[in-house]
Ligand binder design. Structure first.
Ligand SMILES: [Zn+2]
Length: 205
């Protein structure tokens, strides 16, 4: 059984940030008609959905315009006008990039890098999709109220600070425990076995 490097409290920081961001991004459930209309812009029907970027089997709905940038909501939301079918590898490679720049970039896993033959055609379909959707980012700060907005992100900063303090204390506890166990056989380390699932469903990292 292999042991991974110790899990730090602060290694959960990005999950916490992500929770704060995702908790306030609105979703609009599309009607089947609207979904069909959106897919038609991409040259697809609900029965024949493929990755718009490369043509592989689609497994994800990708946000054409990213919802999050620099740990803050961009103002783009979960709505049919901002969702395109994607394969997992394209979704991961694109991540928070501008879709057009990413498609023609040399980035690992980009359609250009993968040698997708009908790249121009795919870009044209996405342009048509965007022209149809006319998506503009919402000013979430304004919609929420500036004061509420600022105190929300201040709260996140406070939690991150508390996590750093807790990590420092954890290091002290570890040193004490390690010292107390120093007469035992085998070196004491802190961490979790690789294959153990955590309570929150995440695989131990
Ligand atoms: Zn793809």
């Amino acid at each position: 059984m292999k042991f991974k490097r110790p899990l730090k409290i602060t290694s959960r920081s990005s999950s916490v940030t992500n929770g704060f961001v995702q908790a306030i991004i609105p979703s609009v459930e599309p009607t089947p008609e609207k979904r069909s209309e959106a897919l038609a812009q991409l040259g697809m029907t609900p029965d024949a959905i493929t990755c718009i970027y490369c043509g592989a089997a689609a497994t994800d709905w990708d946000h054409l315009r990213p919802l999050v940038r620099k740990k803050r909501p961009t103002g783009y939301i979960n709505e049919v006008r901002n969702l395109v079918p994607s394969c997992g590898p394209c979704n991961q490679s694109k991540s928070g990039s501008d879709w057009r720049r990413w498609m023609v970039s040399a980035a690992r896993g980009s359609p250009k890098a993968k040698g997708v033959a009908d790249l121009d055609e795919r870009i044209a379909r996405l342009e048509s999709f965007e022209a149809w959707g006319k998506v503009e980012p919402l000013d979430l700060r304004d919609l929420a109220g500036a004061e509420n907005w600022e105190s929300y992100w201040q709260r996140l900063a406070t939690i991150e600070q508390k996590m750093q303090e807790a990590q420092l204390q954890a290091a002290e506890l570890q040193a004490a425990i390690r010292g107390a166990l120093s007469t035992r056989e085998g070196a004491v380390s802190f961490g979790t076995p690789e294959s153990v699932k955590k309570d929150d469903g995440e695989t131990a990292r």
